[in-house]
Design a protein around this ligand. Structure first.
Ligand code: FAD
Length: 482
Protein backbone atom coordinates (compact mmCIF):
# COMPACT_ATOMS: atom_id res chain seq x y z
CA UNK A 1 0.00 0.00 0.00
CA UNK A 2 1.31 3.52 -0.74
CA UNK A 3 2.63 5.82 1.98
CA UNK A 4 1.50 9.45 2.29
CA UNK A 5 3.20 12.16 4.31
CA UNK A 6 0.71 14.48 6.06
CA UNK A 7 2.30 17.84 6.75
CA UNK A 8 0.86 19.55 9.83
CA UNK A 9 1.10 23.25 10.55
CA UNK A 10 -1.55 25.12 12.57
CA UNK A 11 -3.93 22.16 12.41
CA UNK A 12 -2.63 20.02 15.26
CA UNK A 13 -5.54 17.61 15.52
CA UNK A 14 -6.68 14.24 14.23
CA UNK A 15 -10.45 14.85 14.22
CA UNK A 16 -11.90 16.88 11.36
CA UNK A 17 -8.59 16.81 9.53
CA UNK A 18 -9.41 16.31 5.86
CA UNK A 19 -5.82 15.75 4.71
CA UNK A 20 -5.20 13.13 7.41
CA UNK A 21 -8.48 11.33 6.68
CA UNK A 22 -7.78 11.21 2.93
CA UNK A 23 -4.24 9.94 3.52
CA UNK A 24 -5.38 7.23 5.96
CA UNK A 25 -7.90 6.05 3.38
CA UNK A 26 -5.06 5.60 0.87
CA UNK A 27 -2.75 3.39 2.93
CA UNK A 28 0.13 4.08 5.31
CA UNK A 29 0.72 7.57 6.71
CA UNK A 30 3.66 9.46 8.26
CA UNK A 31 2.78 12.69 10.06
CA UNK A 32 5.27 15.54 9.78
CA UNK A 33 5.71 18.80 11.64
CA UNK A 34 8.49 21.14 10.49
CA UNK A 35 9.92 23.87 12.71
CA UNK A 36 11.47 26.44 10.39
CA UNK A 37 11.46 29.69 12.38
CA UNK A 38 14.00 31.35 10.06
CA UNK A 39 11.57 31.04 7.20
CA UNK A 40 8.82 32.74 9.20
CA UNK A 41 11.13 35.54 10.32
CA UNK A 42 9.56 37.90 12.84
CA UNK A 43 6.23 36.07 12.51
CA UNK A 44 7.62 32.82 13.90
CA UNK A 45 5.58 31.84 16.99
CA UNK A 46 6.42 33.89 20.08
CA UNK A 47 7.36 32.51 23.51
CA UNK A 48 3.81 31.83 24.74
CA UNK A 49 2.84 30.06 21.55
CA UNK A 50 6.00 27.97 21.64
CA UNK A 51 4.96 26.84 25.11
CA UNK A 52 1.60 25.79 23.73
CA UNK A 53 3.16 24.24 20.66
CA UNK A 54 5.32 21.96 22.79
CA UNK A 55 2.29 20.50 24.53
CA UNK A 56 0.21 20.44 21.36
CA UNK A 57 2.88 18.34 19.62
CA UNK A 58 3.06 15.92 22.55
CA UNK A 59 -0.72 15.57 22.33
CA UNK A 60 -0.69 15.23 18.54
CA UNK A 61 1.88 12.45 18.71
CA UNK A 62 -0.32 10.48 21.14
CA UNK A 63 -3.50 11.09 19.13
CA UNK A 64 -1.81 10.11 15.86
CA UNK A 65 -0.50 6.90 17.44
CA UNK A 66 -4.15 5.92 18.04
CA UNK A 67 -4.68 6.36 14.28
CA UNK A 68 -1.68 4.17 13.47
CA UNK A 69 0.34 7.18 12.31
CA UNK A 70 3.84 8.07 13.62
CA UNK A 71 4.76 11.75 13.98
CA UNK A 72 8.12 12.97 12.72
CA UNK A 73 9.49 16.32 13.89
CA UNK A 74 12.09 18.16 11.85
CA UNK A 75 13.86 21.44 12.42
CA UNK A 76 15.01 23.06 9.18
CA UNK A 77 16.20 26.25 7.59
CA UNK A 78 13.71 25.66 4.83
CA UNK A 79 10.61 23.57 5.25
CA UNK A 80 10.81 22.36 1.65
CA UNK A 81 14.08 20.54 2.36
CA UNK A 82 12.66 18.76 5.41
CA UNK A 83 9.51 17.72 3.55
CA UNK A 84 11.52 16.24 0.68
CA UNK A 85 13.86 14.39 3.05
CA UNK A 86 10.99 12.84 4.96
CA UNK A 87 9.20 11.87 1.75
CA UNK A 88 12.33 10.10 0.57
CA UNK A 89 13.12 8.43 3.89
CA UNK A 90 9.60 7.08 4.25
CA UNK A 91 9.35 5.97 0.60
CA UNK A 92 6.20 8.03 0.29
CA UNK A 93 4.72 8.90 -3.07
CA UNK A 94 2.39 11.67 -1.89
CA UNK A 95 2.19 14.65 0.49
CA UNK A 96 -1.14 15.95 1.76
CA UNK A 97 -1.89 18.98 3.88
CA UNK A 98 -4.77 21.18 4.91
CA UNK A 99 -4.93 24.55 3.20
CA UNK A 100 -3.46 27.36 5.33
CA UNK A 101 -5.00 30.78 5.15
CA UNK A 102 -2.01 32.79 6.33
CA UNK A 103 -0.79 34.10 2.94
CA UNK A 104 2.91 34.01 3.90
CA UNK A 105 2.60 30.30 4.69
CA UNK A 106 0.34 29.62 1.71
CA UNK A 107 2.91 31.17 -0.62
CA UNK A 108 5.62 28.89 0.78
CA UNK A 109 3.30 25.89 0.39
CA UNK A 110 2.72 26.68 -3.28
CA UNK A 111 6.48 26.71 -3.86
CA UNK A 112 6.92 23.44 -1.95
CA UNK A 113 4.08 21.85 -3.90
CA UNK A 114 5.58 22.68 -7.28
CA UNK A 115 9.01 21.45 -6.16
CA UNK A 116 7.51 18.14 -4.98
CA UNK A 117 5.53 17.75 -8.18
CA UNK A 118 8.74 18.26 -10.18
CA UNK A 119 10.08 15.20 -8.37
CA UNK A 120 7.03 13.16 -9.27
CA UNK A 121 5.40 13.40 -5.82
CA UNK A 122 1.62 13.64 -5.72
CA UNK A 123 0.46 16.68 -3.72
CA UNK A 124 -3.03 17.33 -2.40
CA UNK A 125 -4.28 20.36 -0.50
CA UNK A 126 -7.48 19.82 1.48
CA UNK A 127 -10.03 22.16 3.00
CA UNK A 128 -8.94 23.19 6.49
CA UNK A 129 -12.25 23.02 8.38
CA UNK A 130 -13.01 26.72 8.09
CA UNK A 131 -16.48 28.15 7.98
CA UNK A 132 -15.55 29.95 4.75
CA UNK A 133 -14.73 26.58 3.16
CA UNK A 134 -18.48 26.00 3.04
CA UNK A 135 -18.69 28.50 0.21
CA UNK A 136 -16.58 26.12 -1.84
CA UNK A 137 -13.65 28.44 -2.25
CA UNK A 138 -10.67 26.70 -3.66
CA UNK A 139 -8.48 29.75 -3.79
CA UNK A 140 -10.17 32.11 -1.35
CA UNK A 141 -13.14 34.41 -1.52
CA UNK A 142 -14.34 35.78 -4.82
CA UNK A 143 -14.95 39.09 -3.17
CA UNK A 144 -13.34 40.57 -0.08
CA UNK A 145 -15.32 42.41 2.54
CA UNK A 146 -13.99 45.54 4.23
CA UNK A 147 -16.97 45.87 6.57
CA UNK A 148 -17.99 43.18 9.02
CA UNK A 149 -21.81 43.37 8.96
CA UNK A 150 -22.27 42.50 5.26
CA UNK A 151 -19.62 39.81 5.65
CA UNK A 152 -21.54 38.32 8.59
CA UNK A 153 -24.84 38.45 6.70
CA UNK A 154 -23.17 36.61 3.85
CA UNK A 155 -21.30 34.02 5.89
CA UNK A 156 -24.26 33.24 8.15
CA UNK A 157 -26.04 31.66 5.15
CA UNK A 158 -23.52 28.85 4.93
CA UNK A 159 -23.25 25.64 6.89
CA UNK A 160 -19.71 24.29 7.38
CA UNK A 161 -19.17 20.67 6.33
CA UNK A 162 -19.89 18.14 9.09
CA UNK A 163 -16.70 17.40 11.05
CA UNK A 164 -14.85 14.18 10.22
CA UNK A 165 -14.10 11.60 12.92
CA UNK A 166 -10.53 10.59 13.77
CA UNK A 167 -9.37 8.21 11.00
CA UNK A 168 -7.36 4.97 11.16
CA UNK A 169 -4.59 4.36 8.61
CA UNK A 170 -5.16 1.35 6.37
CA UNK A 171 -1.53 0.27 6.62
CA UNK A 172 1.61 0.73 8.69
CA UNK A 173 4.54 2.60 7.10
CA UNK A 174 7.41 0.33 6.10
CA UNK A 175 10.02 2.87 7.18
CA UNK A 176 9.65 5.74 9.61
CA UNK A 177 12.25 8.52 9.27
CA UNK A 178 14.14 9.68 12.36
CA UNK A 179 12.46 12.43 14.35
CA UNK A 180 14.03 15.33 16.23
CA UNK A 181 13.71 15.31 19.99
CA UNK A 182 11.02 17.86 20.89
CA UNK A 183 12.80 18.76 24.15
CA UNK A 184 15.84 19.83 22.11
CA UNK A 185 13.75 22.52 20.44
CA UNK A 186 13.60 24.29 23.85
CA UNK A 187 10.05 25.51 23.51
CA UNK A 188 9.59 25.40 27.27
CA UNK A 189 11.16 28.32 29.14
CA UNK A 190 14.23 27.92 31.35
CA UNK A 191 12.97 30.62 33.72
CA UNK A 192 9.62 29.24 34.81
CA UNK A 193 7.31 32.13 33.84
CA UNK A 194 4.84 29.52 32.63
CA UNK A 195 3.72 28.20 36.04
CA UNK A 196 0.36 29.95 35.85
CA UNK A 197 -0.23 28.56 32.36
CA UNK A 198 -0.53 25.02 33.73
CA UNK A 199 -3.27 26.10 36.13
CA UNK A 200 -5.40 27.57 33.36
CA UNK A 201 -4.84 25.49 30.23
CA UNK A 202 -5.07 21.92 29.02
CA UNK A 203 -3.20 22.41 25.73
CA UNK A 204 -4.16 19.09 24.12
CA UNK A 205 -6.76 18.02 21.57
CA UNK A 206 -8.70 16.21 24.30
CA UNK A 207 -8.47 19.38 26.41
CA UNK A 208 -9.90 21.40 23.51
CA UNK A 209 -12.95 19.13 23.36
CA UNK A 210 -13.46 19.30 27.12
CA UNK A 211 -13.40 23.11 27.02
CA UNK A 212 -15.77 23.18 24.04
CA UNK A 213 -18.20 20.76 25.64
CA UNK A 214 -18.25 22.60 28.93
CA UNK A 215 -18.75 25.93 27.23
CA UNK A 216 -21.60 24.68 25.06
CA UNK A 217 -23.40 22.96 27.95
CA UNK A 218 -22.81 25.41 30.76
CA UNK A 219 -22.02 28.87 29.40
CA UNK A 220 -23.32 29.35 25.88
CA UNK A 221 -26.86 30.23 26.97
CA UNK A 222 -25.54 33.21 28.96
CA UNK A 223 -22.80 34.20 26.49
CA UNK A 224 -24.44 37.38 25.18
CA UNK A 225 -25.12 38.62 28.73
CA UNK A 226 -21.77 37.74 30.23
CA UNK A 227 -19.18 38.00 27.47
CA UNK A 228 -18.19 41.53 28.44
CA UNK A 229 -18.00 40.97 32.18
CA UNK A 230 -14.34 40.88 33.06
CA UNK A 231 -14.52 38.70 36.15
CA UNK A 232 -17.09 36.23 34.83
CA UNK A 233 -16.02 33.17 32.92
CA UNK A 234 -18.40 34.36 30.25
CA UNK A 235 -16.42 33.60 27.08
CA UNK A 236 -15.34 30.26 25.67
CA UNK A 237 -11.53 30.60 25.94
CA UNK A 238 -11.33 28.57 22.76
CA UNK A 239 -8.96 31.02 21.04
CA UNK A 240 -5.66 29.16 21.64
CA UNK A 241 -7.23 25.89 20.49
CA UNK A 242 -8.44 27.58 17.32
CA UNK A 243 -5.08 29.29 16.79
CA UNK A 244 -3.28 25.93 16.92
CA UNK A 245 -5.99 24.11 15.03
CA UNK A 246 -6.69 21.69 17.87
CA UNK A 247 -10.29 22.51 17.03
CA UNK A 248 -11.56 23.54 13.61
CA UNK A 249 -14.09 26.36 13.26
CA UNK A 250 -16.42 23.77 11.71
CA UNK A 251 -16.28 21.62 14.87
CA UNK A 252 -17.06 24.64 17.02
CA UNK A 253 -19.88 25.70 14.70
CA UNK A 254 -21.57 22.29 14.78
CA UNK A 255 -21.21 21.90 18.55
CA UNK A 256 -22.86 25.30 18.99
CA UNK A 257 -25.67 24.59 16.52
CA UNK A 258 -26.49 21.32 18.29
CA UNK A 259 -26.67 22.95 21.73
CA UNK A 260 -30.02 23.17 23.50
CA UNK A 261 -30.03 26.94 23.99
CA UNK A 262 -32.06 29.56 22.16
CA UNK A 263 -31.15 30.69 18.66
CA UNK A 264 -30.17 34.21 19.78
CA UNK A 265 -27.49 32.85 22.12
CA UNK A 266 -26.07 30.70 19.33
CA UNK A 267 -26.08 33.60 16.89
CA UNK A 268 -24.33 35.89 19.38
CA UNK A 269 -21.48 33.41 19.70
CA UNK A 270 -21.25 32.47 16.02
CA UNK A 271 -21.07 36.15 15.17
CA UNK A 272 -17.86 36.38 17.24
CA UNK A 273 -16.49 33.30 15.52
CA UNK A 274 -17.20 35.04 12.23
CA UNK A 275 -14.91 37.95 13.25
CA UNK A 276 -12.03 35.51 12.99
CA UNK A 277 -13.07 34.49 9.49
CA UNK A 278 -13.43 38.18 8.63
CA UNK A 279 -9.92 38.94 9.89
CA UNK A 280 -8.49 36.07 7.82
CA UNK A 281 -10.09 37.16 4.58
CA UNK A 282 -8.53 40.57 5.21
CA UNK A 283 -5.14 39.01 5.90
CA UNK A 284 -5.31 37.18 2.57
CA UNK A 285 -5.65 40.52 0.82
CA UNK A 286 -3.23 42.36 3.13
CA UNK A 287 -0.38 39.98 4.06
CA UNK A 288 1.45 42.85 5.79
CA UNK A 289 -1.44 43.53 8.17
CA UNK A 290 0.97 43.40 11.14
CA UNK A 291 3.01 46.36 9.88
CA UNK A 292 0.83 48.39 7.52
CA UNK A 293 -2.34 50.22 8.50
CA UNK A 294 -5.35 49.27 6.40
CA UNK A 295 -6.20 52.96 6.19
CA UNK A 296 -3.08 54.09 4.40
CA UNK A 297 -3.31 57.69 5.58
CA UNK A 298 -2.39 56.48 9.11
CA UNK A 299 1.14 55.78 7.85
CA UNK A 300 1.92 59.39 8.73
CA UNK A 301 0.25 59.46 12.16
CA UNK A 302 2.83 60.62 14.74
CA UNK A 303 2.77 57.55 17.00
CA UNK A 304 5.85 57.05 19.15
CA UNK A 305 7.87 53.92 18.45
CA UNK A 306 10.60 53.84 21.14
CA UNK A 307 10.47 50.34 22.56
CA UNK A 308 12.41 51.10 25.72
CA UNK A 309 10.36 54.06 26.72
CA UNK A 310 9.46 53.88 30.45
CA UNK A 311 5.76 54.17 29.70
CA UNK A 312 5.90 51.19 27.36
CA UNK A 313 7.89 49.16 29.89
CA UNK A 314 5.39 49.93 32.62
CA UNK A 315 2.53 49.05 30.29
CA UNK A 316 4.12 45.67 29.58
CA UNK A 317 4.69 44.99 33.26
CA UNK A 318 1.19 46.05 34.34
CA UNK A 319 2.51 48.96 36.39
CA UNK A 320 0.86 51.94 34.76
CA UNK A 321 -1.09 53.02 37.84
CA UNK A 322 -4.38 52.47 35.99
CA UNK A 323 -5.92 49.41 37.71
CA UNK A 324 -7.87 47.99 34.78
CA UNK A 325 -4.92 48.33 32.39
CA UNK A 326 -2.61 46.72 34.95
CA UNK A 327 -5.06 43.90 35.64
CA UNK A 328 -5.27 43.06 31.93
CA UNK A 329 -1.51 43.15 31.39
CA UNK A 330 -0.88 41.01 34.46
CA UNK A 331 -3.51 38.49 33.38
CA UNK A 332 -1.69 38.30 30.06
CA UNK A 333 1.68 37.70 31.70
CA UNK A 334 0.37 35.12 34.16
CA UNK A 335 -1.85 33.10 31.80
CA UNK A 336 -0.94 33.99 28.21
CA UNK A 337 -4.49 35.18 27.61
CA UNK A 338 -6.51 38.32 28.25
CA UNK A 339 -10.23 39.01 28.27
CA UNK A 340 -11.40 40.70 25.04
CA UNK A 341 -12.69 43.78 26.85
CA UNK A 342 -9.36 44.17 28.65
CA UNK A 343 -7.52 43.76 25.31
CA UNK A 344 -9.47 46.71 23.95
CA UNK A 345 -8.79 48.82 27.05
CA UNK A 346 -5.03 48.13 27.23
CA UNK A 347 -4.66 48.64 23.47
CA UNK A 348 -6.52 51.92 23.63
CA UNK A 349 -4.37 53.04 26.56
CA UNK A 350 -1.15 52.33 24.66
CA UNK A 351 -2.16 53.77 21.30
CA UNK A 352 -4.20 56.74 22.45
CA UNK A 353 -3.46 57.82 26.01
CA UNK A 354 0.26 57.06 25.58
CA UNK A 355 0.30 57.79 21.83
CA UNK A 356 2.50 54.75 21.20
CA UNK A 357 2.44 52.87 17.92
CA UNK A 358 0.00 49.97 17.72
CA UNK A 359 2.83 47.86 16.25
CA UNK A 360 4.60 47.93 19.66
CA UNK A 361 1.53 46.45 21.28
CA UNK A 362 0.96 43.96 18.49
CA UNK A 363 4.52 42.68 18.90
CA UNK A 364 4.19 42.33 22.66
CA UNK A 365 0.93 40.42 22.28
CA UNK A 366 2.54 38.30 19.57
CA UNK A 367 5.16 37.16 22.05
CA UNK A 368 2.96 36.77 25.12
CA UNK A 369 -0.44 35.48 23.95
CA UNK A 370 -1.02 31.74 23.71
CA UNK A 371 -3.66 32.56 21.08
CA UNK A 372 -1.42 35.04 19.15
CA UNK A 373 -2.92 34.89 15.71
CA UNK A 374 -1.53 36.26 12.44
CA UNK A 375 -4.92 37.68 11.48
CA UNK A 376 -6.77 38.40 14.73
CA UNK A 377 -3.90 40.10 16.49
CA UNK A 378 -2.98 42.80 13.96
CA UNK A 379 -6.66 43.10 13.12
CA UNK A 380 -7.56 43.73 16.79
CA UNK A 381 -4.76 46.27 17.21
CA UNK A 382 -5.66 48.16 14.07
CA UNK A 383 -9.31 48.09 15.06
CA UNK A 384 -8.60 49.73 18.41
CA UNK A 385 -6.00 52.14 17.01
CA UNK A 386 -8.56 53.36 14.49
CA UNK A 387 -6.56 52.57 11.37
CA UNK A 388 -8.09 49.18 10.54
CA UNK A 389 -11.00 47.80 8.59
CA UNK A 390 -14.40 48.60 10.03
CA UNK A 391 -12.44 50.06 12.94
CA UNK A 392 -13.49 52.01 15.97
CA UNK A 393 -12.94 55.64 14.93
CA UNK A 394 -9.76 57.20 16.26
CA UNK A 395 -11.68 59.47 18.60
CA UNK A 396 -13.20 56.48 20.40
CA UNK A 397 -10.90 56.30 23.42
CA UNK A 398 -11.73 53.59 25.97
CA UNK A 399 -11.86 55.42 29.30
CA UNK A 400 -10.39 52.79 31.66
CA UNK A 401 -12.17 54.06 34.77
CA UNK A 402 -15.58 54.03 33.10
CA UNK A 403 -14.84 50.69 31.45
CA UNK A 404 -13.94 49.29 34.85
CA UNK A 405 -17.01 50.70 36.54
CA UNK A 406 -19.22 49.21 33.81
CA UNK A 407 -17.65 45.81 33.19
CA UNK A 408 -16.00 45.14 36.55
CA UNK A 409 -18.47 46.92 38.76
CA UNK A 410 -17.44 45.26 42.01
CA UNK A 411 -13.76 45.33 41.07
CA UNK A 412 -13.33 41.55 41.30
CA UNK A 413 -11.14 41.42 38.18
CA UNK A 414 -8.86 44.18 39.44
CA UNK A 415 -8.71 42.71 42.95
CA UNK A 416 -7.67 39.35 41.52
CA UNK A 417 -4.86 40.64 39.29
CA UNK A 418 -3.80 43.69 41.29
CA UNK A 419 -4.02 42.31 44.83
CA UNK A 420 -2.26 45.31 46.37
CA UNK A 421 -5.52 47.22 45.80
CA UNK A 422 -7.86 44.50 47.09
CA UNK A 423 -8.89 46.33 50.26
CA UNK A 424 -9.99 49.48 48.45
CA UNK A 425 -13.76 50.02 48.45
CA UNK A 426 -15.58 49.45 45.12
CA UNK A 427 -15.98 53.19 44.68
CA UNK A 428 -12.23 53.78 44.40
CA UNK A 429 -10.94 50.49 43.05
CA UNK A 430 -10.72 51.79 39.47
CA UNK A 431 -9.30 55.23 40.38
CA UNK A 432 -7.14 54.99 43.49
CA UNK A 433 -5.34 58.27 42.67
CA UNK A 434 -8.60 60.11 43.40
CA UNK A 435 -9.32 58.30 46.67
CA UNK A 436 -9.12 60.33 49.92
CA UNK A 437 -5.99 59.77 52.00
CA UNK A 438 -7.78 58.02 54.87
CA UNK A 439 -9.44 55.55 52.46
CA UNK A 440 -6.07 54.69 50.97
CA UNK A 441 -4.50 54.36 54.41
CA UNK A 442 -7.24 51.98 55.62
CA UNK A 443 -6.74 49.87 52.47
CA UNK A 444 -2.98 49.78 53.02
CA UNK A 445 -2.31 51.59 49.73
CA UNK A 446 0.55 54.07 49.50
CA UNK A 447 0.53 55.57 46.03
CA UNK A 448 3.98 55.65 44.49
CA UNK A 449 5.07 52.91 46.93
CA UNK A 450 2.70 49.96 47.11
CA UNK A 451 1.01 50.90 43.83
CA UNK A 452 2.15 53.43 41.20
CA UNK A 453 0.69 56.85 40.59
CA UNK A 454 -0.60 56.99 37.02
CA UNK A 455 2.13 58.24 34.69
CA UNK A 456 -0.54 60.09 32.75
CA UNK A 457 -4.02 61.16 33.74
CA UNK A 458 -6.75 59.35 31.70
CA UNK A 459 -8.76 62.48 30.89
CA UNK A 460 -5.85 64.78 30.12
CA UNK A 461 -4.11 62.19 27.96
CA UNK A 462 -7.38 61.54 26.14
CA UNK A 463 -7.60 65.24 25.33
CA UNK A 464 -3.98 65.20 24.15
CA UNK A 465 -4.71 62.20 21.90
CA UNK A 466 -7.72 63.91 20.37
CA UNK A 467 -5.77 67.15 19.82
CA UNK A 468 -2.93 65.19 18.16
CA UNK A 469 -5.46 63.45 15.96
CA UNK A 470 -7.12 66.74 14.98
CA UNK A 471 -3.80 68.35 14.16
CA UNK A 472 -2.69 65.34 12.12
CA UNK A 473 -6.03 65.18 10.32
CA UNK A 474 -5.85 68.86 9.43
CA UNK A 475 -2.28 68.65 8.15
CA UNK A 476 -3.16 65.50 6.28
CA UNK A 477 -6.18 67.08 4.62
CA UNK A 478 -4.18 70.23 3.86
CA UNK A 479 -1.43 68.07 2.35
CA UNK A 480 -3.98 66.47 0.08
CA UNK A 481 -5.62 69.70 -1.02
CA UNK A 482 -2.34 71.32 -2.14
P1 FAD B 1 -15.06 34.12 22.64
O1 FAD B 1 -15.77 35.37 22.98
O2 FAD B 1 -15.51 32.88 23.30
O3 FAD B 1 -15.17 33.99 21.05
C1 FAD B 1 -15.03 32.73 20.38
C2 FAD B 1 -14.01 32.84 19.28
O4 FAD B 1 -14.40 33.82 18.32
C3 FAD B 1 -12.65 33.29 19.76
O5 FAD B 1 -11.90 32.21 20.27
C4 FAD B 1 -12.04 33.89 18.50
O6 FAD B 1 -11.51 32.89 17.67
C5 FAD B 1 -13.26 34.52 17.83
N1 FAD B 1 -13.34 35.92 18.23
C6 FAD B 1 -14.01 36.46 19.27
N2 FAD B 1 -13.88 37.81 19.27
C7 FAD B 1 -13.09 38.12 18.23
C8 FAD B 1 -12.59 39.33 17.70
N3 FAD B 1 -12.88 40.52 18.25
N4 FAD B 1 -11.80 39.29 16.60
C9 FAD B 1 -11.51 38.12 16.00
N5 FAD B 1 -11.97 36.93 16.46
C10 FAD B 1 -12.74 36.92 17.56
N6 FAD B 1 -7.93 36.90 19.12
C11 FAD B 1 -7.14 35.85 18.84
O7 FAD B 1 -7.63 34.73 18.65
N7 FAD B 1 -5.78 36.01 18.74
C12 FAD B 1 -5.17 37.22 18.92
O8 FAD B 1 -3.96 37.31 18.79
C13 FAD B 1 -6.00 38.33 19.26
N8 FAD B 1 -5.45 39.55 19.51
C14 FAD B 1 -6.27 40.60 19.82
C15 FAD B 1 -5.69 41.86 20.06
C16 FAD B 1 -6.50 42.95 20.38
C17 FAD B 1 -5.86 44.29 20.63
C18 FAD B 1 -7.88 42.78 20.47
C19 FAD B 1 -8.76 43.95 20.83
C20 FAD B 1 -8.47 41.56 20.23
C21 FAD B 1 -7.68 40.45 19.90
N9 FAD B 1 -8.24 39.17 19.66
C22 FAD B 1 -7.41 38.12 19.34
C23 FAD B 1 -9.70 38.99 19.61
C24 FAD B 1 -10.36 38.54 20.92
O9 FAD B 1 -9.93 39.33 21.97
C25 FAD B 1 -10.08 37.06 21.25
O10 FAD B 1 -10.38 36.25 20.13
C26 FAD B 1 -10.94 36.57 22.41
O11 FAD B 1 -10.72 37.36 23.56
C27 FAD B 1 -10.59 35.13 22.72
O12 FAD B 1 -11.27 34.68 23.84
P2 FAD B 1 -12.42 33.59 23.72
O13 FAD B 1 -11.95 32.42 22.93
O14 FAD B 1 -12.92 33.33 25.09
O15 FAD B 1 -13.51 34.38 22.87
Amino acid sequence: MPTTVVWFHNDLRVRDHAALSAACERGAVVGLFVWAPGEQGERAPGAARRWWLHHALVSLRAELAQCGVPLVLRRAERAAVAVEEVVRASSADAVFWNRRYDPAVAERDTAVASQLRCHGIWVEEHAGGWWQDAVGLAGGLQRRYQVFTPFWRWLANYVPASPLPAPRARATPTSVPASDDLAAWHFLPRIPWDRGFYEVWQPSEAGAHRVLERFVHEQLGEYALRRDLLAAEGTSRLSPYLAHGQLSPAQVWHAVRQATVDAAAKAAFLRQLAWREFAYQLLVEHPDLHVRPLRAQFETFPWREETNDEMVQRWRQGNTGIPLVDAGMRELWATGWMHNRARMVVASWLTKNLLCHWRLGERWFWDTLVDADPANNPFGWQWVAGCGADAAPYWRVFQPVRQGETYDREGAYVRHWVPELRHLPDRWIHRPWQAPGDVLARAGVVLGKTYPQPLVDPDESRKRALATFEEWRRSHTAGHST
